[in-house]
Design a protein around this ligand. Structure first.
Ligand SMILES: [Zn+2]
Length: 78
């Protein structure tokens, strides 16, 4: 199936069906920004798997770092 907007192949989760029109990428769908995966200027859905895993690791590391900070803060409160 090819996307009715950009005419590139549509695979699995990246696509959806536009009723009466055919396959369409979610990112090509008008108004897709309502369901966007763009963080600041980074289109997360456009990252390849390797980059996405790296981003995930960075986010998880940051979550851990912030949780540690908040735990220390709450300990100091007692
Ligand atoms: Zn498309």
């Amino acid at each position: 199936m090819k996307c009715i907007i950009c005419n590139k192949p549509v695979y699995g989760k990246q696509g959806m069906t536009a009723v009466g029109l055919g396959a369409i990428h979610k990112k090509c769908f008008p108004g897709h920004s309502l369901d966007n995966r763009v963080f600041q200027s980074l289109d997360v859905s456009a990252l390849n798997d390797e980059d996405f895993v790296e981003l995930k690791e960075i986010v998880l590391a940051e979550i851990n770092a912030r949780e540690n900070v908040s735990q220390k803060t709450s300990i100091e409160l007692f």
